[in-house]
Design a binder for this molecule. Structure first.
Ligand SMILES: C[S@@+](CC[C@H](N)C(=O)[O-])C[C@H]1O[C@@H](n2cnc3c(N)ncnc32)[C@H](O)[C@@H]1O
Ligand SMILES: [Zn+2]
Length: 177
C-alpha cells in the first residue's frame, strides 16, 4: 500500500517468494526496442506483435516555445535534424533532447504503421494504426510544417524522406503548409 501510512509490522507485509515470483512472471515486457534503422540512424522496432489501437509510448520532452527552440538549435546540430514535436496551439513544442522518451527515436514514414495522438491535456502518444508484426520498424508521419516558401526540390533537399514506401512523398514535410 504505497500511498498509505501503514502501522502494520514489517514482518506481516513482506511478500512471500511465491508472490514476488508471480508478480515477475505477469509483468508486461516492452513491445519495442531501439536499434539501428535502414531508414535513418536509430529507429524503434516491435519485439512482439502489436495490435491496432495499442498506445505504445508517450512522446516526452521539455515543453518550450518555438523561439526557445530556435535559440537552442539555430540550425540543429545536424542541419534539419530535429527532436522537436509541435503541441497545443502550435506556439510550443516538446524538446525530446531534454527529458525525452524512446519515442524520440521513431522515424518518419509516408505510409506509417503508427500515428501521434495528442490528448486533451496536450500530451502526445504514439498509437498503432494497424496490427504490427514482430520486427517491423515503428513509424509515424511527421507531417512537418515549414513557414518559409520553398520549392518542391528544395523541400526534398532540406527534409528528404528515405522511408522507401512506393508512394513516398520524398520529403518529411506535410502535404499542407
Ligand atoms: C526524431 S529523430 C528520429 C531518430 C533518428 N533516426 C536518429 O537516429 O536520430 C528525427 C530525425 O531523423 C531523421 N529521419 C527520420 N525519419 C526519416 C526519414 N523517413 N527519412 C530521412 N530521415 C529521417 C531526420 O533527420 C529527422 O529530423
Ligand atoms: Zn517517405
Amino acid at each position: 500500500m504505497p500511498n498509505k501510512k501503514s502501522t502494520t509490522k514489517k514482518s506481516t507485509v513482506r511478500k512471500s517468494v511465491e508472490q514476488r515470483t508471480a508478480k515477475k512472471s505477469t509483468a508486461t515486457s516492452p513491445a519495442f526496442r531501439v536499434r539501428q534503422s535502414a531508414i535513418h540512424g536509430r529507429g524503434v522496432f516491435a519485439v512482439k506483435k502489436i495490435r491496432k489501437g495499442a498506445r505504445l509510448v508517450e512522446y516526452k520532452g521539455e515543453r518550450i516555445t518555438w523561439e526557445e527552440a530556435e535559440r537552442r538549435y539555430p540550425k540543429d546540430p545536424v542541419p534539419y535534424h530535429t527532436f522537436l514535436f509541435e503541441v497545443g496551439d502550435g506556439s510550443q513544442c516538446l524538446d525530446a533532447v531534454r527529458r525525452g522518451s524512446s519515442a524520440k527515436w521513431i522515424n518518419h514514414a509516408c505510409k506509417p504503421n503508427c500515428e501521434a495522438e495528442e490528448d486533451e491535456d496536450e500530451r502526445v502518444f504514439i498509437v498503432a494504426r494497424r496490427d504490427i508484426a514482430e520486427g517491423e520498424e515503428l513509424t509515424y508521419d511527421y507531417n512537418l510544417t515549414f513557414e518559409e516558401r520553398i520549392s518542391k526540390a528544395e523541400q526534398k533537399r532540406r527534409y528528404p524522406c528515405w522511408c522507401g514506401a512506393k508512394k513516398c512523398r520524398g520529403t518529411m514535410l506535410g502535404l499542407k503548409k
